[in-house]
Design a protein around this ligand. Sequence first.
Ligand SMILES: Cc1ncc(COP(=O)(O)O)c(C=O)c1O
Length: 398
Amino acid sequence: MELARRIRQIPPSATLALNAKANQLKAQGVDVVNFGVGEPDFDTPKNIRKAAIKAIEDGFTRYTPVGGILELKEAIIKTFHDRYHLSYSPAEIMVSCGGKHALYNLFQVIFDQGDEVVVPAPFWVSYPPMLMLAEAKPVIIPTREENGFKLTAEELKAQLTPKTKGLILNSPSNPTGMVYTQAELEALAEVVLAHNLLVISDDIYDRILFDGASFVNLAMLSPELKARTFVLNGLSKTYAMTGWRIGYAAGPSEAIQAAINLQSQSTSNPTSISQKAGVEALTGPQDTVAAMVKEFAWRRDDIYNRIRAIPGLTTPKPGGAFYIFPNFSAYYDRLNPRPGQSHSQALAEYLLEEARVAAVPGAEFGEDRCIRLSYATSRERIATGVERIAAALRNLGK
Ligand SMILES: Cc1ncc(COP(=O)(O)O)c(C=O)c1O
């Protein structure tokens, strides 16, 4: 069957084969340390689970308003206000089936065919394909490790054309864990305003922040910036709710209402039960978030120190999320990638086979020199996994 052009332009994920191999090894009883996961290794807190059970028992199991129930929108609005002094009305909020879905809806309604959208690399894997599905053109700008993999105003300016319509920012970042400072965002903001860009601020890791840092995004810097910024967030990471599928976007109502219109023709509302759980997540006790972040901070220190002790590896210190993105390129001359395989894919494959460690090649994120390690796994597994990596690299002979 000839499939639609739309989907033929989206390449299948290169890590699928690697994942399949990792799963095959696990099924054979091989002990694989999994640094590949993109979700917290914590359970959804009990108060949230209970709220969902109550929703079912109360019969809250029917269609809801497409863009989310008012009670949840109000909880989201209060969270934005209390945490970041950002004011939104319910018409400026869309609740979708996960942050990914909210982004997809937004891209479909704010970008048109041929619009150029700047995506700083390393980037979250889904941005380029989602932009392509909106017929927009992802313009990938490589950032520098010595700048903490953060986009500078000069780098942004150098890539602008009359067709540039948007900029995607993600802080704390997946895959690097890097966090933009207010001064860095202010420098980017000048370019954004001067060139009339729309900004998508993917803040999904905003609460997983270390070293006492305060979160800041572009919308918080001025009303002019807020008027051109779409803030994306969700419950998946903060409340360990990846399977519940609740994400949301906040921004100018015209676009948000258009995105809700699109959602009405595809999924309709996000799950009624998950929405009630979401109200409890945002308005209930927040101590589980603090406990999770404290544990991630401990692991961040531990994995950072262990990685830095391995000869040849370099990495900036992540300030948030639960990823570290070390540069392994000092070892690349020892590898023989197969035709079509990148160095990071070859090294990730070597680590899986030789060290029994699963990790995601940097090529997936637009930075082939690095490999992403997720530390959403126990302290013991982190120690074991990094020791295995060190031994496997020693065997490569450096
Ligand atoms: C940077 C980033 N944005 C958005 C998402 C979307 O998460 P969800 O669809 O579970 O809300 C993820 C999930 O991995 C992510 O890493």
